[in-house]
Design a protein. Structure first.
Length: 297
């Protein structure tokens, strides 16, 4: 009887091991997909091995999915950049070609062609710089120059610098700070870029509301900044994509009458690199971009 039960036990054990081996082989040769699960027999000596194999396959599946998404992202980036560069570059070459062939009536028309080529060149420069900045922040190749600074003071200085552009856009501005000193540690130049992008975005899409409000306060261990405009609300369908690169809410704008489409994506990358968060809320009354940054401990 002992020999019989021992034989049955051994057969069951090695039969399960054989099944494990066959399943792993079929996963390896592609017969089974990476979503295939090996049966885990808790009472078996090889049960933990089966669970570990399942975990390993899950991690491999996740890694392959991430690689696929990264490749797709790279292809989309190349496609978008190629499209955005081609249009203004074609215009620049076209007008310079007319000038080079002396195909203009007088000096006034010549200066007009030069002005158009110059404006298109500036747009190209904006896109290239934004793309470079986005790539550096996205792939962690940009080192942050950290220092302690007063966030309230920095925002106040920015509004002074934006006074004339805001005035030209027909907008008034106000800084509402609950505390005169909100100290954070970060790369001030990079964070200036964040709030420049948010203010420029408010000027582009919220100027009908005639005013811009920036609020600063603290919540627990975070500094909270809100950049608020009172223009048209962001459509609900656009909200999930607002921080995606090259995404523009106003579909009527061409690639070059609006911004580069990278401003909010850059802002998000910079804020995340500082350990903060960025989000947006929009309704018929106002659109508020909310940025949180860790306070100095």
């Amino acid at each position: 009887m002992f020999f019989f039960y021992f034989t049955v036990l051994q057969w069951s054990l090695f039969h399960y091991l054989s099944e494990l081996n066959m399943t792993v082989r079929k996963i390896a040769d592609g017969t089974y997909g990476l979503d295939h699960k090996i049966e885990v027999r808790r009472r078996s000596l090889f049960g933990p091995m089966a669970a570990n194999v399942n975990s390993l396959v899950d991690r491999l599946h996740h890694a392959l999915e991430e690689e696929r998404k990264a490749e797709q992202t790279k292809n989309e980036l190349i496609t978008n950049v190629s499209h955005d560069l081609r249009t203004p570059l074609t215009s620049v070459l076209g007008y310079l070609g007319l000038i080079e062939q002396d195909r203009y009536r007088d000096e006034v028309e010549l200066r007009h062609y030069v002005q158009i080529a110059y404006e298109k060149s500036k747009r190209l420069n904006v896109l290239i710089n934004d793309l470079f900045e986005y790539t550096r922040m996205r792939y962690d190749s940009a080192e942050l120059k950290l220092k302690n600074f007063n966030l309230t003071e920095m925002l106040g200085q920015m509004l002074v610098q934006f006074h004339l552009p805001l005035q030209e856009a027909g907008m008034t501005s106000k800084l509402d700070a609950k505390e005169t000193s909100v100290m954070v540690k970060g790369d001030a130049a990079k964070l200036v870029r964040v709030f420049e992008n948010l203010i420029a975005n408010a000027m582009s899409y919220g100027k009908e509301g005639k005013k811009l409000l920036i609020t600063v306060h603290t919540e627990e261990k975070a500094a909270v900044v809100e950049v608020i405009n009172y223009g048209e609300p962001i459509p609900t369908t656009d909200m999930p994509y607002i921080f995606d690169r090259f995404y523009r809410v106003d579909k009527s704008r061409t690639q070059w009458s609006g911004g580069s489409g990278l401003g909010l994506a850059i802002a998000k990358s910079i804020v995340l690199k500082h350990g903060g968060t960025i989000s947006v809320a929009s309704d018929i009354e106002q659109t508020a971009f909310r940025v949180t940054l860790p306070l100095i401990k």
